[in-house]
Design a protein. Structure first.
Length: 493
């Protein structure tokens, strides 16, 4: 048919209109994501999207920190019982962290548990300084390990994943690292799937929400900074088959868990039909892309989405799930295993529930303890946490000016009152002064002359009114200021 024939022109016009309509109807990609599913034993790739695109690792960096540390333990260069000291550099790290003071000692074992479950940035530095001598020295060891494992797109400059130029990885490299942990350190692999830890009275659940919720989940680590979005390296085992899923750039803690569950479920379901799918090769054979990592800061933390650059995720439900966000594709997936078993619950429902009951693993400071000594150590930490609020009043008041430059000493006390319940007593002081200057002042003068001697200058009939008015003014100013300071402090990240 000739290209200028009327029928050809008409059909071309139809296709153009159809393409334009599809462009309008097709959903826009909200933000970048990298996804990967591989078999743990063979490295076979089951699904890959942007898997070799460079990415900021955030706290999944701690997987390499754990790998280098546990290799040192396995090689006999250090022991799990070795005591390490919290340095000023470690104590100064941003949250999430344990918050121990400089000079505090922890074992390698406890530091690893705190780092991998709570994602404690200070514990990552404690391990780095204890094994590598310094952050730079340990980072060099991390890079040597990455090079040896074939992680061609990875470079480390710190052990915890806090924002830093040059801290880069990819979904491909993270899957290679997860396989190395399973292959090289089977006797220490339990560190990456501890459901929760208990420090004194505080219990911290693993930020990897698949653990204790998704059937067969057995590792690894989460991560978040504004530039990377919510990252997750996860693994699960079913019928003797173990899969590793990597999700980078999800919109929330819930979204990354849901996406990982979908990837794993799809991988298990397609396992028996793999001969029908074209081969994607192995994870090592995926070709790296030479590009700059996407920076998701504006999407993750811009505008009203103020978030701390921490993996301490409190976002239990993806904010856009109801509007057709990351979990909206769930209905398109039938959660059957080879089509023979009844469908599972939707991942969003499965992962929003409470984790399976488990006994938190106790962690503590100081040397390794067992039996009665361990029970006593946990009790001491619990007692310290119980007593802390009483002594916290003065500390909060003195610390606040560091976090808000506009605070005066007076404003800091008012801020402390609004921040902690234990600090409501100082806030009630003006009221107590008003009562002391009013009618109750007459009774002490009659029966307790020595005690009321300091109150003698206060006249009974006239001064209660004079004293009451100044007491009211601080109340109005103190109630206005903390509100302003609190809103000013809220965007801190």
């Amino acid at each position: 048919m000739h290209f200028h024939h009327p029928l050809f022109r008409k059909s071309s016009l139809v296709w153009l209109v159809l393409a334009a309509a599809l462009a309008v109807v097709a959903p826009r990609v909200v933000h970048a994501e990298a996804l990967l599913v591989v078999e743990a034993d063979t490295g076979k790739v089951l699904q890959a999207e942007n898997a070799t695109y460079p990415w900021y690792p955030a706290s999944v960096t701690k997987l390499m920190t754990a790998y280098v540390t546990l290799r040192a333990v396995k090689d006999g260069r250090i022991s799990l019982d070795s005591l390490l000291t919290v340095s000023p550099v470690a104590a100064a790290q941003s949250p999430s962290k344990m918050g121990f003071r400089p000079g505090t000692q922890v074992t390698v074992d406890n530091a690893l548990k705190m780092m991998l479950v709570k994602s404690a940035n200070d514990m990552a530095v404690v391990l780095a300084e204890g094994i590598g001598g310094s952050i730079d020295g340990f980072s060099a060891q991390m890079n040597q390990a990455a090079h040896r494992l074939g992680m061609m797109q990875t470079n480390y400059v710190n052990p915890n994943g806090l924002p830093a130029e040059g801290q880069i990885t990819s979904a491909r490299d993270l899957a290679i690292l997860a396989r190395a942990i399973i292959r090289d350190l089977p006797e220490y692999e339990y560190f990456v799937h501890i459901p929760s830890i208990r420090f004194g009275r505080r219990v911290t659940q693993n930020f990897n929400r698949l653990i204790g919720r998704y059937p067969g989940a057995d590792g690894f680590k989460t991560g978040f900074i504004c530039a990377s979005g919510y990252n997750l390296v996860a693994s699960a085992t079913r019928n003797g088959k173990r899969l590793i899923a990597v999700v980078l750039g999800a919109s929330s803690g819930q979204a990354r868990a849901v996406k990982a569950a979908q990837l794993l479920e799809r991988g298990f379901a397609n396992n028996t039909l793999s001969w029908l799918r074209p081969s994607l090769g192995t994870v090592d054979s995926l070709m790296p892309i030479d590009a700059s990592p996407p920076n998701l800061r504006d999407e993750m933390c811009g505008g009203k989405r103020k978030r701390p650059a921490s993996d301490e995720d409190e976002d239990t439900i993806a904010s856009n799930a109801a509007a057709g966000g990351p979990s909206s594709g769930e209905t398109a997936i039938t959660f059957f295993t080879a089509g023979l078993q009844p469908p599972m619950a939707k991942p969003s429902e499965l992962l929003a529930g409470a984790p399976a009951a488990s006994e938190p693993v106790p962690v503590y400071t100081g040397p390794t303890k067992t039996g009665a000594a361990l029970i006593a150590a946990v009790a001491v930490d619990a007692q310290k946490q119980t007593v802390r609020p009483r002594g916290k009043k003065s500390r909060v008041a003195t610390k606040k000016p560091d976090t808000a430059a506009e605070d005066t000493g007076k404003d800091a006390r008012k801020n402390a009152r609004s921040d902690t319940k234990s600090d409501t007593k100082p806030a009630a002081k003006p009221a107590a002064v008003r009562h002391a200057n009013a009618k109750p002042a007459a009774a002490p003068k009659a029966g307790e002359k020595p005690v009321a001697a300091g109150d003698k200058p206060v006249a009974k009939p006239a001064k209660p009114k004079a004293a009451a008015k100044p007491a009211i003014k601080p109340k109005s100013t103190s109630e206005a200021k903390p509100a302003d300071q609190k809103t000013a402090a809220a965007p801190r990240s």
